[in-house]
Design a protein around this ligand. Structure first.
Ligand code: TRP
Ligand code: SF4
Length: 331
């Protein structure tokens, strides 16, 4: 009998900077959920990475970790199908980070576009630290530790994976062929925007969270900016530029979508009514996630056990890799 081909390994992570929102759900999470059925998946919470920018505000991180883990389980990431773990519990990441830092040329880090952009954007924050510059080196350690073949990330993270590829090649060149060079698997970002029409983000205070109650969802949907050209109820609207309509396309049935498309253009429906319909459909779509969440919130021991189990599995892989790495470097 032919031996079954080993599944390719996929790895990705999230920084614990707050609870997950609809942008995360339709971006990373939906993608991860599909992948768990076809790949050997490792997903983790990058809490050390959170420290690179939030080193002076560490108190909320523990809470966020638990919150995100609960979000993951609630949307259906399954501990039977993937390894879910927390970066800082696997100390090997720190060791590999240190070793990779020996071979990573500084100019590779200094020319990283994400790095330059963040330094420019977060002006009120001192990011001229060793740790922040080394962010992609730690990320490279996260990835190659598990010999990942693919890394699903959004476009903003692509430079980091590119750097990981260069670091992996350099390691292999010096010490022998240990690491696969991982592919970037670009995740499509969802069309939906935040309630203010900017990119949905916790830091913009415009996000609808997976953990929001129906009441919170109704209130946020009520505040959503619609077609900015439609000032009065009698003005025809343009659903193509309306964020509420983008939500309808995700959460309402085809008939409703078509009806609204037409009614909006003919000023037959007002935005208030249109939003109300969308809010109810959104609430309904989120209900299974909310149900799962209340289950896990009522069973913190179960969540803890899942985390420990995932950490243990990740640890075993990391342990193995580091034995090979130390042997290769002869240290
Ligand atoms: N930098 C990633 C982000 O901010 C998080 C991350 C850390 C990551 N290590 C990783 C993502 C390894 C993919 C692979 O989203
Ligand atoms: Fe947007 Fe609906 Fe208002 Fe049209 S009616 S502009 S689709 S909210």
């Amino acid at each position: 009998m032919a031996k079954k081909m080993a599944k390719k390994r996929i790895l990705s992570g999230m920084r614990p900077t707050g609870p997950l929102h609809l942008g995360n759900l339709h971006g990373a999470l939906a993608n991860w959920k599909k992948m768990q059925d076809h790949y050997d998946c490792f997903f983790f919470i990058a809490d050390w990475h959170a420290l690179t920018s939030d080193y002076d505000m560490t108190a909320p991180i523990q809470g966020y970790i638990l919150e995100i883990f609960t979000d993951w389980l609630s949307v259906g990431l399954s501990p039977d199908k993937c390894t879910l773990f927390i970066q800082s519990h696997i100390k090997e990441h720190a060791e590999l980070f240190l070793l990779l830092s020996m071979i990573t040329p500084l100019p590779w880090l200094e020319r990283n576009p994400t790095y330059k952009e963040q330094i420019a954007q977060l002006k009120n924050k001192d990011l001229s630290t060793f740790g922040f510059l080394g962010y992609p080196v730690l990320q490279a350690a996260d990835i190659i530790m598990y010999k990942a073949n693919g890394v699903p990330v959004g476009i903003d993270q692509a430079p980091h994976v590119e750097l990981t590829r260069e670091i992996a090649r350099r390691f292999n060149y010096f010490y022998g062929d240990i690491f696969p060079v991982p592919e970037t698997i670009l995740t499509e970002t969802p069309k939906i925007l935040g309630i203010d029409r900017r990119k949905m983000s916790k830091s913009y205070d415009n996000a609808i969270f997976l953990s929001d109650t129906p009441k919170e969802v109704r209130s946020k949907v009520g505040q959503m900016i619609t077609d900015p050209q439609r000032a009065r109820r009698n003005d025809p609207g343009n659903p193509d530029v309306c964020n509420v309509f983008s939500f309808h396309q995700l959460y309402s049935d085809q008939k409703t979508i078509q009806r609204i498309d037409q009614a909006c253009r003919e000023a037959q429906i007002g935005c208030v009514e249109c939003k109300q319909m969308m809010a109810e459909n959104l609430i309904q779509a989120l209900e299974p996630i909310r149900d799962q969440r209340s289950y896990y919130e009522a069973h913190p021991d179960t969540v803890r056990a899942i985390i420990e189990d995932g950490n243990r599995k990740a640890q075993a892989v990391a342990h193995n890799t580091m034995e090979q790495v130390r042997a290769a470097i002869k240290i």
